[in-house]
Write a protein that binds this ligand. Structure first.
Ligand code: KPL
Length: 306
């Protein structure tokens, strides 16, 4: 049976390019949906991985001329609803929509806006950054976990369309604890790397940075316990954040890349999500609030001494 399908990938950042290239390499037809300010046509996506550079030819477009059956959303979390709404008319009735993003809140917003949508959540521990438009550096090898967000989002409806990928994927029946764990890791790493202008691994070089990471994790754990999502401790989340910072030590976090380039960051869907949840639940989240305020006001942290 020919399992090749037509994937539409929304978002030409590092993750969008990495996945578009891998889906094309696996034999799928791929259309990368671009913002109107990027020229569309046929182009190549380069993936640099250590010494090797691979190029995949893919189609780029602003809108789809064909019905969309498989949509991979790699935009910033904060752009999700606007971006999917733009292409919603092209989605088939039983289309699979996969959100591969950092952050929390966008899945629920989309499910509420489009009742009946077949929505999946995916999260990745890969480290990747854009060297130039459509040229991605795969800096850290990780794993992508995927699970259904809505009840109709079954494994059987999606997994055949993800066969033969080089990027390792794992189906997860209950994706929510994994989403929260990734949220905690991103809350501990992303904003701090941007505010210190440092690589992920450099967060572990000094005591005050580690203590801030620990406090951020304590606050996320308190919110998680209050929402009943999963029983966890700040220490457990902190260990997971440290492990990720070690594994992606040479990576520039997505927030650092955005912050340096003067772009909007995903912090509202990361630390901002924790601050809002904390307000609702009556839990103080000063460390997360400080990250949000500093990123919004573009106020980097002063250099620290260990
Ligand atoms: O998800 C990431 C990001 O940069 O957004 C990590 C895991 C922190 C890797 O850099």
């Amino acid at each position: 049976m020919d399992k090749r399908v037509h994937w539409h990938v929304l978002g030409a950042g590092a993750m969008g390019c990495l996945w578009a290239a891998d889906l094309a390499r696996a034999g799928h037809e791929v259309t990368l949906l671009l913002k109107p300010d990027h020229p569309a046509g046929t182009g190549s996506v380069m993936v640099e991985d250590g010494q090797s550079v691979q190029s995949s030819i893919i189609r780029t477009a602003h809108t789809s001329t064909q019905p969309i059956q498989h949509l991979l959303v790699c935009t910033k979390a904060t752009d999700t609803v606007t971006a999917v709404t733009m292409h919603h008319a092209s989605l088939t009735e039983d289309a699979c929509v996969v959100l591969l993003q950092n952050g929390m809140g966008q899945h629920q917003q989309l499910a509420e806006r489009f009742p009946g949508i077949r929505l999946y959540a995916a999260l990745s521990t890969d480290g990747a950054w854009l060297k130039a438009p459509f040229h991605v550096v795969h800096a850290g090898h990780g794993l992508t976990r995927i699970g259904g967000y809505t009840r109709n989002a079954t494994a059987i409806a999606l997994l055949p369309a993800l066969h033969a990928l080089v990027l390792p994927i794992e189906w997860t029946d209950d994706i929510m604890p994994a989403l929260w764990l990734k949220l905690a890791i991103n809350c501990a790493i992303n904003g701090l790397t941007a505010l210190h202008d440092c690589l992920n691994g450099e967060l572990l070089d000094d005591g005050p940075r580690q203590r801030t990471m620990q406090q951020l994790c304590e606050e996320v754990a308190a919110v998680m316990q209050a929402t009943g999502i999963a029983v966890t401790t700040g220490d457990h989340l902190y260990q997971a954040a440290v492990e990720t910072a070690q594994k992606t030590a040479e990576n520039r976090s997505s927030t650092l890349q955005d912050f340096r380039a003067g772009r909007a960051t995903e912090i509202p869907a990361l630390n901002g999500y924790i601050v809002s949840a904390g307000e609702r639940l009556g839990i103080a989240t000063p460390a997360n609030r400080d990250i949000v305020d500093r990123i919004m006001q573009r106020r980097p942290l002063p250099p620290s001494t260990a």
